[in-house]
Design a protein around this ligand. Sequence first.
Ligand SMILES: [Zn+2]
Length: 459
Amino acid sequence: MNKEDLYNYLDSRNRDFYSLADKIWENPEPAYGEKIASDLLRETLKNEGFLIKEITDMPTAFIAEYGEGLPIIGLTGEYDSLDGLSQTREPEPMARVETNYGHGCGHNMLGTASAAAAIAAKEMLKSSKLPGTVRFYGCPAEERLSGKVLMAQKGVFDDLDACLTWHPSSLNTVWGCRFLAFNSVRFHFTGRAAHAAASPESGRSALDAVELMNIGANYLREHIPDAARLHYSITDGGGEPNIVPAKASVWYYLRAPERHQVEDVFKRLVKVAQGAAMMTETAVEYELDAACYDVMPNDVLGRLLLKNLKAAGSPDYDSADEEYARKLSHEFTPERKETSLKGLFAPLSLKNQIVHKGILENKDQGKVMAGSTDLGDVSRITPTAQFTTATWPIGTASHSWQASAASGSSLGYKGMMLAAKVLGGSLWDLFHEGTKLLKDAREEFLQKNPETYKSPLQQ
Ligand SMILES: [Zn+2]
């Protein structure tokens, strides 16, 4: 099976993969609740002859493996959706009545394209009789930035020679950039209830503590690294106003380009919380419920992905896809498109296109994307690279209704199948002639990651 045969094989199974992505889109599920999606992907891969391995205490995570011997190449698949992003396929804001959830990050396509590429690689390994193992990782809860971190704690990525993945987007390009390291932490304050009018002096307000903590955090912002981010929401602010709140909670996300910066800001934020507790004579406890590393992209593998992106070419959008994209993006002003392109480190001239048709040579090495992903932890364990394809019109923000709609459309599915070809083509190269490439990728990895991976949840 040469590379062209592999592309043709994927084309011949278009309908199967469209239907798989569509079923997941139809049934959007929350992080760690992705039962339908993980069952669909698990069953599909099992029926293709993959060996399925379950992961203890993570019912919606699994590994599907095919082949024998080295190299072992991993592909990650995600399939969780987002609360509040319910949307029909219509190119105007219109929530579905049956669900509040929607695939506003396109993870219905992410898991499907990776599974499609794994199946194409299986066909190739079977016909060529080459040694090598392809492994699909079914990864829950990317949106909580924790699924892969919990899987990493179980050591499931340790024996990989490389890991490849992709993400739905508005551009056909490789991500050579880094992403922000991240902590999610919940602070719980406990005070003393009292009648707010009759005996306020005997109460100690946990809500006061939360508010003072937030003021402290907003002053802290001035003295943390420029690219660091702090955001919060009050998840419990007490009940009726005539009772001094005995309990209150606030949930923080902390992000920064380097893991050690997140840990430093985290320690200082804990001091702010303790100060607020002292001022209000309340007690504070906190829980770190998720954390991940910044992504460390592997340039050797990034170049392999770019080569295969160029080889596969951009999808064949028809006039209906173009018309759909035009309607979907009718409210995108040139300024908004420029902001989106700037965020993706792409040339601003692309604002004149509705759907990206070319292949963009990325010049984002060393830059940091203002977002986080739990792929960061995988990239600290094994050489890892990722790319994107145009599944949405230019200017579309992820986590938007437009992204939810396009992720269930023919426009999205054409981008998805391009992603499957790029992953499949890259696997073809790694299994046929990957020895030197994998050695170079490993050398780069060791040079960029001199320390052994330690879970960010064990600080
Ligand atoms: Zn995503």
